[in-house]
Design a protein around this ligand. Structure first.
Ligand code: DPP
Ligand code: ZN
Length: 853
């Protein structure tokens, strides 16, 4: 495969200011006529390079006349235009949506037609430069059978429509805003709509529509509310107004990503649109709200200002994730949202940054760009924006974003453009900060306390670990929020302080304390780093109870649990009593803030425990974690039972308090189940049966799924029978079984892969079984390698159909260096077996070969 380098960027030789597309739509066959009005941007004559993927040109015309001066270069079309400086180039192609299993380009899903073009799918529809720095105004004519495709949608505004012959009809769409090809979209199908409207800050009325299949309309209200809230929030917080008369969202079942921000016509995975209390959990509700907001926010951070090239992906994704995180925080609890965001970062991004696929948020090279839609580009990218916002403070950050949007509106910009706007708008020098864009790897801060004559100091040593291709690193600039407390209540306290770290070693004065102060550090997770600082259980317990920063309270309790678990894994006693005491004290605040308490008392995941160890021992980690869970369950049995003894809030109550109470009930049930008490299966089954919504029902089912009671089989059967025709809910049925802590989970997953309802054609279904399984550390890493084989079998079967989704399953196998030699060998064998497959995709080849290095 060819490697593409960031440094090789050259501006396009031709611009295409206008495009007219004509589609004769059919599920099996769609005829596309594209008219590109090309204008030469290069000084010297240059041929027009039009990318294609799986296309054959039926005819090429230039300025209306048949043209023969073209050739194929691999799958691309090169049109020789002599010394012309402008030309209208028309190309006819025939494409086949029904057999497009990659779900890139134009494809069929449940009888409807839809598109996915980011990053390089447009070239599967028609020949085109297909690079984000070529922006065009689109005019799109859609024609097709009226009965099959009563609804015809594209970007922008519908300016005309009419009847054709033989039961066909057509619609003409025009998008006034120039856009790159990856933002093109069309949808044709039999859809119903939830209509609403929003009046923008300048008083313009925007028609909103959420399009779904018949029967799903009742499940679109939460998405609609989220859309309206997002539109308002972006006006209030960033001064950004929507810019078309319509905004449409379409929900599709078969979708590789979560959703896509096509201009004026977002296309969503049904998973992030459909929600009602019977079928969606509170977490699903939050997912809908967050993704609707994310895609809407792209209208400015991504669409109005787009990316110059795909190396700049984090320009739009990191910024937009930061924006959706801030929005969700404002809609609910900022502290809980921050905890969730950091948990995701630690679960997905830290391992990526520590492994063979580590890359900077602005990568230097790639073979297949689809492989770079990563937690690093998205979530670490968001942390990098957040750090700039912290360094600048809200007002200067807003000046920076205003400058960025104003200066680059209508342009294809770079990460460097964003940083420069921050520097100029915020009046700050970010020279050193730019290293966050260049260097991969999670920085580590080693902290020690020093004392000189009653004055205390914090010594900070920063290291950034080597990553592939980057053996030596320089220190990063970062904002570190800290505070120090006198635990005895007497003496001074250092209130919340923002320190800007720049050096490899730095000393921070803390003030005078009579005794060693309790240190609250990286408050709010102000920098995405690993803090290495030894604190006694007493200090952690004190902070868990008294720190005035909720995130730091959470961190202190987590650290206390983590220290105890890591000790237990290596056969030491740890400090169970301190953990139990701290959990008990935290639980006492449950009535005031159940959502926070539920997060705080959760044990760290098996994977995160593994991340603390030199060599991960999945079996020892599982036993240690289950033992501690059981001990906490036993010691606080009365509290857990009391939480469950109170009636659950009505499932229709989606207030943060009600969500928090449900979350805490789920946690309480899990702790009780860990005690192994005889009545717990019946208790869980009771909750399962009487639940009036999916949050409680799924939590009870998941708890039952870990055990081997009769109730387990019964509940799984009831759930299956009730929801077998609802794909999103059936995904949960697969998922809870793949998550199970039972020792036979590998075999169970293998059996589920043969279940009649399992299919490789639907990415959600694949992820619900195999994605969940690969996250189940002890099961996936079963010592005989059966888990590795199962995942590799999936990749091999899926790659020919859907390489993008197949390649996403590789990273768990690439973590082999973290395990014992026997497992290492087994994991590498599977990666090699994958690589030996003939005709392997570029996507999977890149991920598997890099994973072996
Ligand atoms: N649709 C994906 C997202 O919004 C890629 N842009 O993140
Ligand atoms: Zn995005």
């Amino acid at each position: 495969p060819v490697t593409i380098h960031r440094g090789d960027y050259r501006p396009p030789e031709w611009q295409i200011p206008d495009i007219a597309l004509d589609f004769a739509l059919g599920i099996k066959e769609t005829r596309v006529t594209a008219a590109l009005s090309a204008v030469r941007a290069a000084d010297a004559p240059a041929p027009l390079l039009l990318r294609g993927d799986g296309l054959t040109p039926a005819e090429v015309r230039v300025d209306g006349a048949v043209w023969n001066d073209w050739r194929m270069d691999g799958s691309d079309l090169v049109v020789d235009l002599g010394d012309r400086t402008a030309a209208t180039v028309e190309v006819d192609t025939l494409i086949h949506p029904a057999t497009n299993t990659q779900l890139m380009g134009l494809y069929a899903s449940n009888g409807m037609l839809c598109t996915q073009c980011e990053a390089e799918g447009f070239r599967r529809i028609t020949f085109h430069p297909d690079r984000p720095d070529v922006l065009s105004r689109y005019r799109v004519r859609l024609a097709g059978d009226r009965a099959r495709f009563p609804i015809l949608l594209s970007n922008g505004n519908c300016i005309a429509s009419g009847e054709g012959e033989d039961g066909t009809h057509w619609a003409l769409w025009e998008d006034p805003w120039p856009k790159p090809s990856y933002l093109f979209a069309l949808v044709a199908g039999d859809l119903v709509v939830n209509r609403d409207s929003f009046t923008t800050m300048s008083g313009r009325k925007v028609d909103l529509g959420i399009w779904v299949r018949d029967g799903d309309l009742d499940r679109t209200h939460h998405a609609m509310a989220a859309l309206k809230h997002s539109m308002k929030w972006d006006e209030e917080v960033y001064g950004r107004e929507y810019d078309l008369d319509r905004f449409n969202i379409v929900a599709v079942s078969d979708f590789n990503m979560g959703a896509m921000e096509n201009k004026g016509l977002n296309i969503f995975n049904t998973r992030y649109i459909l929600a009602d209390p019977d079928t969606a959990t509170d977490m699903d509700y939050d997912g809908v709200e967050g993704v609707v907001a994310h895609e809407y926010f792209h209208n400015w951070s991504g669409n109005r200002v787009t990316c110059r090239d795909w190396f700049q992906l984090s320009l739009k994704e990191g910024f937009t994730v930061y924006r959706d995180q801030s929005f969700s925080a404002a809609m609910g609890s900022p502290a809980v949202k921050r905890i969730e965001d950091v948990r995701v970062l630690r679960a997905a991004q830290f391992p990526e940054d520590a492994g063979p696929l580590a890359h900077p948020i602005r990568p230097d090279s790639y073979q297949e760009i689809s492989n770079f839609y990563t937690a690093t580009v998205y979530n670490k990218g968001a942390e990098v924006i957040r750090m700039m916002a912290t360094l600048l403070g809200p007002e200067r950050f807003r000046r920076g974003t205003d400058l960025y949007f104003d200066r680059h509106d209508g342009e294809a910009a770079t990460c460097e453009d964003f940083i420069r706007a921050m520097e100029e708008g915020g009046g700050i020098d970010l020279t050193q900060f730019r290293r966050w864009y260049e260097q991969a790897g999670t920085p580590k801060l080693h902290l020690t306390l020093a004392q000189e004559g009653g004055e205390w100091f914090l010594d900070i040593v920063q290291t950034v670990p080597p990553t592939p291709g980057q053996p030596a690193k320089a220190p990063m600039m970062m904002p570190l929020r800290l505070a120090a407390f006198a635990m005895d209540g007497g003496g001074a306290a250092l209130p919340d302080t923002l320190v800007t770290l720049t050096g490899a070693a730095q000393r921070v004065p803390l003030g005078a304390f009579a005794a060693r102060p309790a240190l609250s550090v990286n408050r709010g997770f102000s920098a995405p780093v690993i803090v290495d600082y030894e604190r006694a259980p007493g200090e952690l317990a004190w902070l868990a109870a008294h720190d005035d920063d909720p995130f730091a309270r959470y961190e202190a309790l987590q650290q206390l649990m983590l220290d105890t678990l890591v000790a237990a894994v290596s056969g030491e006693a740890g400090n169970r009593d301190a953990v139990i005491g701290a959990v008990a004290r935290t639980l006492a605040g449950a009535a005031d803030d159940p959502a926070f308490v539920a997060e705080a008392v959760l044990l760290p995941s098996e994977a995160f425990i593994g991340d603390q160890m030199v060599t991960v021992d999945p079996d020892a980690i599982r036993s240690a974690r289950m033992a501690l869970q059981g001990a906490i369950g036993d010691a606080l049995e009365g509290q857990w039972r009391a939480i469950l003894g109170n009636p659950a809030p009505a499932a229709t109550d989606l207030s943060p308090a009600a969500k928090g109470r449900r979350r805490l009930r789920g946690v309480a049930l899990a702790y009780l189940a860990a005690t192994g008490k005889e009545d717990v299966a019946a208790l869980a089954f009771g909750i399962f049966s009487s639940a009036d919504g999916m949050t409680e029902r799924q939590a009870a089912l998941a708890t039952l799924a870990h055990g081997d009671s009769d109730e387990r089989a019964h509940a799984l059967d009831i759930f299956y029978q009730r929801y077998r025709d609802d794909p999103l809910v059936l995904d949960k049925w697969f998922q809870v079984q793949a998550w199970s802590l039972r020792s036979d989970t590998v075999a169970a997953v293998a059996a589920l892969a043969q279940h009649p309802d399992f299919t490789l054609a639907n990415p959600n279904r694949v992820r619900s079984l195999y994605g969940a399984f690969a996250a189940n550390q002890a099961a996936f890493h079963q010592a005989d390698g059966a888990g590795y084989r199962l995942l590799a079998d999936l990749v091999i079967a899926l790659d020919p159909k859907n390489p993008q989704t197949a390649a996403r399953m590789i990273p768990p196998l690439g973590r082999w260096k973290r395990f014992d030699v026997a497992r290492q060998a087994l994991m590498k064998t599977e990666l090699e077996r994958i690589l030996a497959q003939p005709g392997l995709s570029r996507d999977t080849t890149e991920q598997a070969s890099k994973s072996l290095m």
